[in-house]
Design a binder for this molecule. Sequence first.
Ligand code: ZN
Length: 431
Amino acid sequence: MSLSQTIAITTSEFEQEERQLKMTQSLRINKVRLWSSLMEHAKIGARPDGGINREALTAEDGKGRDLFASWCRDLGMVIAIDTLGNMFATYAGTDNDLKPVAMGSHLDTQPCGGKFDGILGVLSGLEVVRTLHDAGVRTKRPLTVVNWTSEEGSRFVPSMAASGVYSNIFTMDEARTWKDREGIGFIEALREIGYEGSEPVGQREFEAFLEVHIEQGPVLESKGALVGVVTGAQAMSYNTVTITGRESHAGTTPMDMRLDPVAAFTRITAACYEKANATQDARFTVGLIETIPESHSTIPHQVSFTLDLRHPKADVLADLIATYEIVADKERALGFDIERNEFGASPELTFDENCINAIREAVEACGYSSMDLVSGAGHDAVYITHVCPTAMIFTPCKDGISHNPAESITPEEAEASANVLLLAATELANA
Ligand SMILES: [Zn+2]
């Protein structure tokens, strides 16, 4: 072969790649098909109130997986399943020695869940592949659509269970101890629905992982943004606080002679609320309050409550905790015994810059309104980011409602996040 022939071949290959790339950039997903697939899948586990009950590893979860798998097979995708039931449906690229770009979320729901939490991310990934398949386009890297097992944590604790094992947050030994309220084991339930695979969890590697998810909060809707570019997840601290005072009679003990732990509780929480209200993006929640004894005519001996503190920045979160400690010390000086036990914490997380940039470019190419957000809730992506470059795309949801039959998005909102996923995933898969 002469040099000029070699150059000609190289040029034509280059031109072909360029053409392919331009074509990919002009592709858009099929809104009607995505929406009808969401509605078709929502028949599985449908509740009379319009909600969905498709808890992890139930027969309904099995049926939901079967339908998803059949749709993937229609496109010639190859499905692999690991020992915790994580499903990986792969659409071949032009160079299958390269690590795939993954897209996905979870198919399980809360017992009284909605039609979009989780499944939107899985079916958006499927819609991306359907769009490429229709156009006869292959990306350089393969594309894998993932269903992570048991994200919700309602039937089996913890949440984000199988993505957690995949990301080394939990171990397989721990997974073998997980049981539901009836004592049925996680692995046993997995076998029951026929989704215990053979692939070791965490063995499969990805170039990047992108998760589309409904926001589950009211911010995008209130700001009029069609797409949320999720830059990370906030730092979180979950605590139980116990204040011990002195039990006495409600009628006979003068106000200035009491050691009332509920009074201390109100002073501490008032100071924390004041600090949180004055701190941008802070989240402060007292979700559970218990007194001992529970009697209307007795000043309690003890009050216990939870403190859920969150902020995108770890140092600001530390400052919120410091505010609590200062006021707790003031109460200790009055004679109260106060203990705080942190039973859970999550660090400030920043998603991968390259993935975030791919999402930003996709938003711009589509001309959508968007805003940056930090995830307030846990998601599979929040764990996957520990082992793989990751980012998330948020879709607005009506009034911020989720984990509820009233959970609602529009076909146009679903279309926008899926288009952003299409362009971002193909960009990463062709790089
Ligand atoms: Zn979810």
